[in-house]
Design a protein. Structure first.
Ligand SMILES: N[C@@H](CCC(=O)N[C@@H](CS)C(=O)NCC(=O)O)C(=O)O
Length: 203
């Protein structure tokens, strides 16, 4: 398999899950400004949507979209218990991935889409905070160690990656103590440390 990624982008979640499972994989960095890969390929030829992540499963077989890639990778190695194989547990993982992808990801993405006016910035921070408040409250009430159950999984990796972006938009994550506690657990995983190191995000 090969993951097309950009350092610190949402593709980091797939990178983390790849490190959790027993599979050989390659990485190819994409320059999201020029849409060229580090090997000089035209990224539009690989993923016509132009964005990361894209996962090459076999030569010529490409999967895109976080909500498809993350469960695909999580179920690839059932021994790791990253995602329930069926039923409500699996539906809950997809529920969280859908929420993170269509709500929180989009709310952070507003900050990366070009310069915002002060008014737009205020509204964009309010939206990020509204969504984080919901997640933090959910975690406070939850009996589980991770978002869905007591096992780390793709939704936790995705939430970790999205909330990393607070650092880049001068957003204060400190009120969200339950999210921070979850982030700290996720950050300790070897899969996360290795992915961050390999994307050049440490130090
Ligand atoms: N719907 C896509 C969105 C992916 C996405 O927004 N990727 C960002 C990085 S986090 C990107 O590549 N942006 C550059 C671009 O859209 O050209 C998914 O969930 O996979």
């Amino acid at each position: 398999m090969k993951l097309y990624y950009s350092p610190g982008a949402c593709s980091l979640a797939a990178h983390i899950i790849l490190n959790e499972i027993n599979v050989d994989f390659d990485l190819e960095r994409v320059d999201l400004k020029t849409h060229k890969t580090e090997k000089g390929a035209d990224y539009y030829e690989i993923n016509p949507k132009g964005y990361v992540p894209a996962l090459e499963i076999n030569p010529g077989l490409i999967l895109t979209e976080n909500v498809a890639i993350l469960p695909f990778l999580a179920q690839y190695d059932p021994k790791q218990d990253l995602i329930p194989p069926s039923g409500m547990g699996r539906a809950k993982v997809l529920e969280w991935l859908g929420y993170l992808n269509s709500e929180l990801h989009d709310a952070y993405a507003v900050f990366f889409g070009g310069k915002l006016t002060e008014d737009e910035k205020t509204k964009a921070y309010a939206e990020v905070n509204r969504l984080l408040k919901f997640i933090d409250h959910y975690l406070a009430e939850s009996e589980y160690d991770y978002l869905v159950d007591d096992n780390f999984g793709p939704a936790d990796a995705y939430l970790f990656v999205l909330t990393n972006w607070s650092n880049h938009i001068e957003h204060d994550l400190s009120p969200y103590i339950n999210i921070i506690a979850l982030r700290n657990k996720v950050a300790e995983r070897q899969s996360v440390q290795i992915a961050m190191r390999d994307e050049g995000l440490l130090g």
